[in-house]
Design a binder for this molecule. Structure first.
Ligand code: AMP
Length: 227
């Protein structure tokens, strides 16, 4: 295990990259940096950055590259190891990241592969707590608000998990993130992992790929307990 490991987790919206990135960060002792979570926090705080990005988030459109690149550079500047969740998403972001890093660069980019029809179903049932950010699965696709068992916050649909915004986000994934994946692959940095199955099944696949590609021993990584 290395606390200096630098990972990128990519995948369609709803592919589970948030959940898996958190698990990886915990297991590898590195910092989880999610641009989506960061922007949502800024919107909730109504900060200057939040006001700049809120319309993009609500529509499901990408925040302009220069703004995102700035935010990520600031967030990662003092960190040795990290897992970037939701960044980069465009060629310009990928190039800026590789250019900004020293020789150690990125260790591995992992794409969680989940078919489009599956992620549409997952997104329509995804619910998020506005207090602690916990993600849950609704039993029905309605707009009722529940109280969070963990923190008492409001659990509801994300503003960008509407049919229109989901469509826009998935289209921009293919159009803008697609070429980035091809580029990362050409650099020998990309591993594609099947994102179907339970969170623990997917996590075991991720650990195996990381162990294989980074010559780490799986035993050195805390495996999760299932159930
Ligand atoms: P996520 O939670 O990763 O689905 O991100 C939520 C929203 O934040 C996206 O739909 C974008 O509006 C914005 N966002 C997050 N990461 C990026 C990025 N790397 N580039 C542009 N916009 C982003």
């Amino acid at each position: 295990m290395s606390e200096q490991t630098r990972l990128l987790v990519l995948g369609r919206q709803g592919s589970g990259k948030g959940t898996q990135s958190m698990k990886l960060a915990e297991a590898l002792g590195i910092t989880h940096v999610s641009t989506g979570d960061l922007f949502r926090r800024e919107v909730a705080r109504n900060s200057a950055l939040g006001r700049k990005v809120s319309t993009y988030l609500d529509k499901g459109a990408l925040v302009p590259d220069d703004l995102v690149i700035d935010v990520v550079m600031n967030q990662t500047a003092d960190l040795a190891g990290w897992v970037l969740d939701g960044f980069p998403r465009t060629m310009a972001q990928g190039q800026a990241l590789v250019d900004a890093l020293d020789d150690s660069g990125v260790d591995l980019a992992i794409e969680l592969d989940v078919p489009v029809h599956q992620v549409v179903g997952r997104l329509s049932l995804r619910r998020v707590c506005d207090g602690c950010g916990a993600i849950s699965v609704a039993v029905a696709d309605d707009d009722s608000i529940q109280l969070c068992n963990a923190c008492g916050g409001h659990v509801g649909r994300r503003p960008d998990d509407t049919v229109e915004a989901i469509e826009l986000r998935l289209t921009s994934y293919d159009r803008l993130t697609g070429p980035l994946l091809i580029w990362l692959d050409s650099l020998g940095l990309l591993a594609t992992v099947d994102g179907m199955g339970t969170a623990d099944e997917v996590f075991q696949r991720l650990l195996a790929v990381i162990a294989e590609r980074l010559v780490l021993s799986v035993e050195t990584v805390d495996a999760p307990t299932s159930g």
